[in-house]
Design a protein around this ligand. Structure first.
Ligand code: SF4
Length: 385
């Protein structure tokens, strides 16, 4: 189906080395026996012996933590969290020895707290089962909590330069355009086609540079709207560019696959001990927006239904006055299209709040902006303030 990926992979690697963003987790390691392995190094050959322990190119612990933090969170938000995390837990031993409370505190604001619990469980497993040395084989990495196909490929390739593929939304977009693929990696065959392509690329040239180059190209150049093809190192190899059909790839999900979510978003305030607080919610794994800190959302038709859902969902709260604002927030996330009317809530002053249901928490208003990482709750907050 495709020609050799060697030439475009080399072009991409050269572009990445010259244009990559300066991100803290991209620091190269000093490897005593192999000399200093730097980002600009000529491409070190990957050993053909798949069982030979590779010299890490980057610190696998740092690579892992950054990849987990970057799941569903923007790079600009992650940088500060990453620096603070590394000051507190500089290596896998320090993390494994920490109490869960401390780890959750350091994660606070990133949302999806199961990620924090998983990293703690994984750090302890790395200490107990692997003697503190991070595993580098894909199958061993997949045995770690919270490490799926993408993260296993990222750690193996970026930290150890193993030819292991990765696939996420950025890579799907780049591959779909490069090869004019008019399907998504949804079914078994579609998935296989994209993963095969990713494997072909990573085996064609330096694995770390190719994988990170693909990620960087998708983030900076081959963007969902208006890709910057004039600056793209792959334009000579790109089928969509040659036919001016960039916007046609990847194909949009059909309307029947998309789900409309209409209802209300509630920003409920109360006077806390140290000032005004607002109620936030972290949806559980099976819920929409799982793990993303947000405002309570109610997919109900009208205000009476909202009042009923509010009382039933938050029975521990004192009486709350719910007042609709004349503003509606619209937002699309993957195939969900949200249309939410904003409602402001005021919890009766002086009344005691009994315990909140799981996932709900009061947060100081002053710190809310920093805590929200997803675009939908950010839009809601902007509309409320
Ligand atoms: S030429 Fe344009 S569409 Fe093709 S990969 Fe590059 S940025 Fe994407």
């Amino acid at each position: 189906m495709i020609g050799s990926a060697v030439k475009p992979a080399k072009a991409l690697a050269r572009w990445f080395q010259a244009n990559q963003r300066d991100l803290p987790w991209r620091l190269a390691l000093e490897v005593p026996d192999a000399g200093l392995v730097v980002r600009e190094a000529a491409h070190p050959q990957v050993s053909s012996d798949r069982d030979a322990l590779p010299s890490p190119r980057r610190d696998p612990y740092r690579t892992w933590i950054s990849e987990i933090m970057l799941q569903q969170t923007q790079v600009s938000t992650v940088v500060d969290y990453y620096h603070r995390w590394m000051e507190r837990f500089p290596d896998v031993a320090a993390l494994a020895g920490a109490a869960e409370k401390e780890v959750l505190e350091a994660w606070a604001g990133l949302g999806y707290y199961s990620r924090a619990r998983n990293v703690l469980a994984t750090a302890r497993k790395v200490m107990e089962d692997h003697g503190g040395a991070f595993p580098w084989r894909r199958e061993d990495l997949l045995g770690l909590k919270g490490v799926g196909e993408y993260t296993a490929g990222a750690i193996a390739s970026l930290a150890f330069n193993r030819p292991e593929p990765i696939l996420d939304g950025n890579l799907v977009r780049v591959f779909s355009r490069l090869y004019a693929l008019d399907f998504l990696p949804d079914g078994k065959e579609g998935k296989k086609a994209y993963w095969d392509l990713s494997r072909a690329w990573v085996e064609a040239h330096d694995a770390a540079l190719v994988n990170e180059g693909l990620m960087e190209l998708g983030a900076l150049i081959c963007t969902p709207r208006n890709p910057d093809c004039a600056r793209c190192p792959l334009s000579a190899h790109c089928a969509a560019f040659k036919t001016s059909a960039q916007e046609r790839f990847p194909p949009a999900r059909s309307r029947k696959d998309s789900v409309d979510v209409a209802g209300f978003a509630v920003a409920a305030f109360r006077e806390g001990k140290d000032g005004e607080e607002v109620l936030l919610y972290t949806p559980r794994k099976a819920e929409r927006l799982a793990g993303l800190l947000t405002f309570p959302l109610f997919p109900v038709a009208d205000l009476p239904a909202l009042r009923e859902a509010w009382r039933a969902g938050l029975p521990g709260l004192p009486k709350t006055a719910l007042r609709p604002r004349a503003v509606t927030v619209t937002h699309s996330i993957t195939h969900h299209r949200y249309r939410l009317r904003i409602v402001e809530g005021r919890v009766e002053a002086g009344a005691r709040t009994r315990s909140l249901p799981e996932g709900y928490a009061w947060a100081p208003v002053a710190g809310v902006e920093r805590m929200l990482v997803s675009s939908l709750p950010k839009k809601i907050w902007k509309a409320v303030r």
